[in-house]
Design a protein around this ligand. Structure first.
Ligand SMILES: *Cc1c(COP(=O)(O)O)cnc(C)c1O
Length: 376
């Protein structure tokens, strides 16, 4: 079976380094808030260019703690795309805020500034743009709208660490560093993945950083002195040690993904019924996923055909958020959500990771071609 992801192959290349980093933590027995956590936070600040990094337990917590730091009131509205992972919108509902769902662009899979603009009401307090599959949202337009309406921006950057956005004047910024907060996940399958759960919040705002740090630590400013109700969200020391090792290789990993994407592009371009992922001109693409679109309702047919030929694929996401039972009755629709609906029927993510060989990729391309020739 050709897996969609190869964590084992990636581990084996740096096994000695990882093993000794983990062994050091075990040897020290500083399992909670060991020195490796702070070290990693500093390295991540250096890598992303963010002023402050608050390590947390996972990407969902990063979103939740960020939202809590904005001190909103029940009923306040938060704009979020409807074509994303549940976590982006779940935390909004969990805090008794109202998720307002907006549609995404068919080519980039990301929300547009226009869609967001249309969804703004008197109750809107923040926007959560999700940089899906490895590319930045159109941040210039989104930041302008946010500024005009005094809204906070929390970037869900769980999938796009290392992607770079270019503003019209030529300035560049990494995804996750442009809003009030940027949220990262180090879930093993993410571009920078640890060996369990992990996450981090990025911000350039000192006050917000202090608030987020406090909230993630039971709302305490000093041990046993609690200024607000918070939660318990810590990055595990062992995970921080793993992440410090892997962060050194992140640019290399990104290049490997981009090279694999180019090979797919060349092999899959122009096949009838198949659309390859479009590159946005203001963003680099770090290819968390390589997601094609399959027309004429034949996505599931292709998925099965590939599985029959030992190729694993995934559908991210088979059901857009507006059709999730969990949100029934508690969301507002800022838009019609037709494109999210259409994408959930057309998208197919094919194997994409740092260990792909051209031989494997060629086999995958040949099988997709074979299906397309017989079906379109
Ligand atoms: C993975 C992911 C999250 C959540 O991260 P966890 O670490 O699993 O909590 C949030 N948003 C998006 C878009 C993700 O892909």
């Amino acid at each position: 079976m050709i897996p969609i992801l190869d964590l084992k192959g990636q581990y084996l290349r740096i096994k000695d380094e990882i093993d000794s980093a983990v062994a050091n933590v075990i040897d020290s027995c500083k399992f909670i808030n060991g020195p490796q956590v702070k070290e990693f936070a500093e390295q991540l600040a250096e890598y992303t260019g963010a002023k402050y990094v608050i390590p947390v337990a996972n990407g969902t917590d990063a979103l939740q703690v960020s939202l809590m730091s904005l001190r909103l009131n029940p009923g306040d509205e938060i704009i979020v795309p409807s074509f994303t992972y549940i976590a982006s919108a779940e935390v909004i509902a969990l805090l008794n805020l109202v998720p307002v769902m907006v549609d995404v662009d068919y080519n980039s899979f990301n929300p547009t500034a226009e869609n967001i603009q249309r969804a703004i009401s008197r109750n809107t307090k923040a926007i959560i743009p999700v940089h899906l599959f490895g590319q930045s949202c159109p941040m210039e337009g989104i930041l302008n709208i946010a500024k005009e309406h005094h809204l906070h921006v929390i970037e869900d950057n769980a999938q796009s660490i290392g992607a770079e956005y270019t503003f019209q004047d030529g300035t560049k910024a990494m995804t996750g560093t442009m809003g009030t907060f940027g949220c990262l996940s180090f879930f093993p399958s993410k571009n920078l993945g640890c060996m369990g759960d992990g996450g981090a919040i990025l911000t350039n705002d000192y006050t917000m950083a202090e608030r987020a740090r406090m909230i993630a630590s039971h709302g305490q400013s000093m041990k046993y002195f609690h200024e607000m109700v918070g939660c318990n969200s810590r990055l595990d020391t062992i995970q921080a040690a793993v992440l410090s090792v892997k962060l050194k290789y992140l640019n290399e990993y990104t290049k490997a993904r981009q090279k694999a994407a180019e090979f797919y592009d060349n092999g899959l371009a122009g096949i009838k019924g198949i659309t390859i992922p479009q590159r946005q001109k203001n963003s680099t693409h770090v290819f968390h996923q390589y997601t094609i679109k399959v027309s004429e309702g034949k996505r599931d047919g292709l998925k099965q055909f590939l599985l029959d030929n030992d190729i694993q694929t995934m559908v991210y996401y088979p059901r857009p958020l507006q059709r999730q039972q969990a949100f029934r009755g508690i969301v507002r629709y800022g838009d019609n959500l037709d494109i999210s609906e259409q994408l959930s029927n057309e998208v197919l993510s094919i194997p994409m990771h740092t260990e792909l060989t051209e031989e494997t990729q060629q086999y995958i391309i040949d099988k997709i071609k074979e299906y397309a020739e017989n079906n379109f």
